[in-house]
Design a protein around this ligand. Structure first.
Ligand code: F6R
Length: 630
């Protein structure tokens, strides 16, 4: 049966969080708690479907966040030990309760949650409409569930077979979880290009399904990551079965995960973002543990040891990433070019993947990603792989798609980052890039023993200096009050601190919705200086490093145009203080390590401006943490 014609496959994916449960507990609390953990993936509408003991399918959906759904269904029938749930980031159709998942088939028997985009959904829908199917929502997901039901009825097959046959005709990306009220003892899950992980309860008494491991860790450490084209059938009390789209059985690959649940809670902080800013000293220690050997003054990265030949023979390194991770990449370029003397290009993954780049077999591609699920970065990796490059991943989320796709890599190990605006992941990425550049620079003989040991020793001291930097929090909070009027901000920096200026501007934009631009300080005179007036706050990173004198001149240029200047300076600095309106001090360190300290006040500034403006710091509008849409 071929119902659908070919349509262009462009590998689009979407965000959203999925949770599913089958077991002995009441499903609803498990699902709601899981959705809250996944809300970072999208939060414009929410829904659950519960299969009750008398095989009723109760579906509840609301526009808005999970808490909204929870409050609005408190008096409804929430019984049932099987259920699926979803938190959405809209792609097809506006955020509304009608477009929210789960979507239910025409007969009311099947309910489906979906993360991804069915690219040929309009062709399927057209055909189903002709056959008399009626659609309530604008979503591709409703088309999929109707299609599964259509296949089930026309072929007279069971639900698992219908899912498999239907998915064989679907083009696009999906992670789906489906329940059938007529087969109330099973949950079906499948994936292609969108992540799905299944947690195994003891004795197969229960199974937890989610878009990532964070909702599972409080119940089990044993998980199975579904691979592309796999379908899992979960039945209470039976071993889980996995098959592929050709109906061939797949062996279970059970992995063990460890995660500190405390890291998934706010722990007394008003927001995850503030907590994560404060966690940076500890996160950096965790990132360096076992890798930076302080006594021996050595850095050891197993990925470098295991692949030293390939890495050291690289003629060129290309860094691909997006957003904050791209800013880390820009600093990585300076580190690697200085310590290793290999040319480095830093590319937006989204541009790289589409511009037919020149990639050689000797190239090493470094992919940087906190979530490990960013669609553009994944696509850039697969392009580079196709052309024979060696891929090194710098990832936070253990077991994520990028971590599993790369040839080797180094986890940043900063713990889960929940606040949508990235903070501790940035400092973690920088830490790994510094360690990587140190290892390669030493091996290549570019860094002298003295330089190497000096940097290693200072790197080990940075967590304490981050702790010390955080003492500026109150001052920054106070200053932030006088900045909430601003409609634009300029951030300036040079050398290693130019990407920090970009990062400071991005943080402010994302969570305070104030337009901000980062510029290399000297570039300002080539255009942006026209914007400077008494209304324009200008944040300048003016620490005692490369080009300090030049930055003083750039500050003078802003001052002459009456711009309001906040400078990030080195403790004890006297040169800048009299020229600017406010200063925030950071501890002295080496230029190459300074971004680890200068970024702290900029993260705090963005945070406090947004809090004072009464905005949702952890879940800013229109954003989601894991950008699996292209
Ligand atoms: C900014 C931010 C984003 C991400 C970008 C890449 O605060 O979080 O710009 O850095 O979406 O995400 P990852 O690192 O998960 O690939």
């Amino acid at each position: 049966m071929v119902l659908i014609n070919e349509c262009k496959h462009n590998n689009i994916k979407s965000m959203c969080g999925i949770v599913g449960y089958i077991g002995t507990r009441q499903a609803f609390p498990v699902l709601i708690k899981g959705l809250k953990r996944l809300e970072y993936r999208g939060y414009d509408s929410t829904g659950v479907a519960l299969v009750s003991t008398n095989a009723m399918l109760n579906v509840y959906k609301e526009e808005g966040k999970v808490a909204n759904l929870e409050a609005n269904v408190a008096n409804r029938d929430l019984g049932g030990t099987i259920g699926i749930a979803h938190t959405r980031w809209a792609t097809h159709g506006i955020p509304s309760s009608t477009n929210a998942h789960p979507h239910v088939s025409q007969s009311g028997k099947l309910a489906l949650v979906h993360n991804g985009i069915i690219e040929n959904y309009s062709l399927i829908k057209e055909r189903l409409l002709k056959l008399g199917f009626v659609f309530k929502s604008e979503t591709d997901t409703e088309v999929l569930v109707q299609f599964i039901e259509y296949v089930k009825e026309t072929h007279g097959v069971d639900t698992v077979t219908a899912v498999r046959l239907a998915l064989n005709q679907v083009i696009g990306a999906y992670a789906i979880v489906l329940v059938d009220k007529e087969a109330p003892e099973q949950v079906i899950a499948a994936r292609k290009s969108s992540p799905l992980v299944i947690g195994l309860g003891e004795g197969n008494r229960e199974f937890f399904i989610a878009s990532d491991a964070t909702p599972l860790v409080e119940y089990t450490q044993n998980v199975v990551y579904l691979n592309d084209g796999e379908i899992a059938v979960l039945k209470r009390g039976e071993e889980m079965q996995i098959c592929n789209l050709k109906n061939e059985a797949i062996d279970l690959d059970v992995q063990s995960i460890e995660m500190n649940i405390g890291l998934l809670e706010k722990g007394g902080y008003p927001h995850f973002m503030l907590k994560e800013i404060y966690e940076q000293a500890q996160a950096m220690k965790d990132c360096m543990r076992g890798r930076l050997l302080e006594k021996e003054k050595r850095v050891v990265l197993s990925a470098v040891c295991n692949h030293s030949e390939r890495l050291l023979n690289a003629k060129r390194i290309i860094i691909v990433s997006c957003g904050t991770s791209w800013h880390a990449g820009l600093i990585g370029k300076q580190l690697i070019e200085t310590f290793v003397k290999v040319p480095v290009e830093v590319e937006y993954a989204s541009e790289f993947r589409y511009r037919n780049p020149v990639i050689n077999k000797e190239d090493v591609v470094i992919a940087i990603s906190q979530s490990g699920e960013t669609a553009d970065t994944l696509a850039a990796i697969s392009l580079a792989k196709e052309r024979g490059a060696f891929i090194f991943g710098i990832v936070n989320a253990v077991g994520s798609s990028i971590a599993r796709t790369t040839d080797t890599g180094t986890y940043i190990h900063v713990g889960p980052e929940i606040g949508v605006a990235s903070t501790k992941a940035f400092t973690g990425q920088l830490t790994v890039l510094i360690m990587l550049a140190l290892c390669l620079g030493k091996e290549r003989g570019i860094l002298s023993e003295v330089e190497y040991e000096e940097i290693v020793t200072e790197l080990a001291a940075i967590p304490d200096k981050i702790e010390h930097s955080l003492a500026c929090n109150e001052k920054v909070a106070d200053l932030a009050k006088s900045f909430t009027y601003a409609r634009n901000f300029l951030y300036l920096g040079r050398g290693y601190n130019f990407p920090v200026a970009l990062e400071g501007a991005l943080k402010l934009k994302e969570i305070s919705y104030i337009h901000a631009e980062g510029y290399p300080a000297a570039e300002m005179k080539h255009g942006p200086i026209a914007l400077v007036d008494t209304e324009m706050p200008v944040v300048v990173i003016a620490t005692h490093h490369q080009l300090y004198e030049k930055i003083l001149s750039n500050i003078q240029e802003v001052k002459a145009r009456k711009g309001r200047i906040l400078a990030i300076v080195t403790e004890g600095d006297e040169g800048v203080r009299d020229l600017v309106d406010n200063v925030i001090e950071t501890p002295p360190t080496l230029a190459c390590l300074s971004p680890l300290l200068t970024v702290i006040p900029l993260q705090l500034l963005a945070y406090h401006v947004a809090v004072i403006k009464g905005l949702d710091v952890d879940q800013p509008r229109n954003l989601a943490k894991s950008v699996t849409v292209e």
